[in-house]
Design a binder for this molecule. Structure first.
Ligand code: ADP
Ligand code: MG
Length: 447
């Protein structure tokens, strides 16, 4: 990338991010190089690098692409002369192999199994990924991981690659995004290097293709992908694929590819639940606490964030990073108040105002009863339990007081509401069906 192009990117970034963000975070960056789809910048501190990567990374990549650059990932380095520079991905070889086994620059060093927090929503995906990462005979091929944005697909794939390279450094592990696959394919076509291309892809031991939904509709790329895929499966090489949805649901993907993708193990990453979010926050805080011992977090802040930010892990992480940046700038303890101030926009965005009426409607649909029966006087279990569920959700998801909730349930007394809420609190610890229903309903209502 030339300096002229970078200057154009800077101009667009100033407009996109605003003058304040621009001078605080973008100006300190010094563009260093672009190679193998990785754009490297020098930054004064790791903290700035992390912050920029989390908060503005997507924007920077987007603007660079708008200016015609092929960039998939950003890398931030503190040029202290001590830090080892990492070799970029070799163009024609699957992996840059050097004597000291330099780590693959397309892999994020932080995305390992150690840093992946496991909870109910991702335990299957994690177990499958770990199994594949052990190497050994290929039992399911491909491993197909899918789930919504920011739920850890890329993290798990990088973790597999790291682990495989740690256990068997001689293995040729290739990780790339479907876009990169497509780009390399098109370049090979244009430069008449299809033989090299085919040979390179067929010589890998493990192939990982991230975000495969992007090849939908790209016919010649699909064709080549299909052949690569088959050649590798035939020679018992492990393939790992990710996508944002199940194979059958990828738009404009050939049927034969869909069915090929389905013939291994298909596992999905479910949306996070409160416990997982809290666990992730806790683990990030532990990492930061080691780096910035001066930071103090008041009790309840993490619980608050885990409760309020339920979109995806990336947003959650971004919020935390911003909070730390802010607190360290102003040199204050991170209190609930500071959190609300600093993250008001994020909180507002995920702040859906749920009404008692909506809750009643959703719950009655879920249990297949009539709304009038939920609100009405009948006390049979079929109506009473859903009613209590709705009361519980109303208590936890709205700001209504118990008497107000009671009034909306056919003029019931607040003690009845309190009893209902308590009953569900007891039940959800001993009845997993109830706990699951609650989580499901809460999620549906938060959407
Ligand atoms: P996806 O590829 O599914 O869109 P990523 O793997 O890029 O999502 O994850 C987004 C961010 O959230 C990454 O920084 C990742 O490390 C983090 N993350 C996601 N899930 C977890 C988890 N279970 N534990 C720790 N970090 C996670
Ligand atoms: Mg991803």
């Amino acid at each position: 990338m030339t300096n002229d192009i970078w200057a154009n990117v800077l101009t667009s970034l100033r407009t996109a991010l605003g003058a304040n963000n621009f001078s605080n975070w973008i100006e300190p960056l010094e563009f260093s190089r672009l190679s193998g789809g990785v754009a490297t910048f020098h930054v004064p501190t790791n903290f700035i690098g992390n912050y920029v990567s989390q908060n503005f990374g997507d924007q920077i990549i987007y603007q660079m692409k708008q200016n015609g650059e092929q960039v998939q990932r950003l890398k931030f380095e503190v040029p202290d002369g001590v830090q080892k520079t990492v070799a970029p991905v070799a163009k024609t070889q699957a992996k840059a192999k050097t004597a000291d086994n330099t780590p693959d620059a397309s892999l994020d060093a932080r995305f390992t199994f150690d840093t992946f927090v496991v909870g109910k929503p991702n335990e299957l995906a994690n177990a499958a990924a770990r199994r594949v990462a052990e190497g050994g005979p290929v039992t399911f091929n491909p491993l197909f991981l899918y789930g919504g944005v920011g739920l850890g697909k890329t993290h798990l794939m990088h973790a597999i690659a790291h682990e495989l390279q740690r256990r068997s450094p001689e293995l040729n592990v290739l990780y790339l995004s479907a876009e990169q696959f497509m780009y390399r394919f098109i370049t090979a076509l244009r430069e008449r290097k299809m033989m090299d291309f085919k040979q390179m892809f067929r010589s890998v031991d493990v192939l990982m293709v991230d975000d495969v939904q992007f090849i939908g509709g790209k016919d010649s790329t699909q064709e080549e992908f299909f052949h690569t895929f088959n050649a590798l499966v035939d020679s018992q090489k492990q393939i790992i694929i990710s996508a944002d949805r199940a194979p059958g649901e990828i738009k404009d993907l050939e049927e034969r590819i869909k069915s090929r993708l389905q013939c291994g193990l298909v596992v999905d990453l479910h949306p996070t639940d409160y416990e997982l979010r809290l666990g992730i926050l806790q683990s990030k805080v532990d990492v930061y606490a080691a780096q910035y011992p001066e930071l103090v977090i008041a009790p309840g802040v993490l619980e608050f964030l885990a409760h309020r930010i339920s979109t995806n892990v990336r947003v959650l992480e971004g919020a935390l990073t911003r909070l730390f940046a802010f607190a360290s700038l102003v040199g204050r303890e991170i209190t609930l108040e500071l959190t609300q101030d600093c993250l008001s926009d994020v909180l507002k965005a995920s702040d859906r105002k749920v009404t008692v009426e909506e809750i009643q409607r959703k719950v009655s649909e879920h249990y297949n009863i009539r709304l009038s029966d939920m609100i009405g006087p009948k006390r049979v279990r079929n109506y009473a339990r859903p009613r209590q569920m709705a009361m519980y959700l109303a208590k936890h998801m709205t700001n209504r007081s118990l008497p107000e909730i009671g009034r909306r349930f056919g003029g019931r007394d607040h003690t009845t509401v309190m009893h209902g809420v308590r009953r569900i609190e007891e039940l959800k610890t001993i009845d997993s069906q109830i706990a699951d229903d609650l989580e499901l309903l809460r999620r549906a209502l938060e959407e």
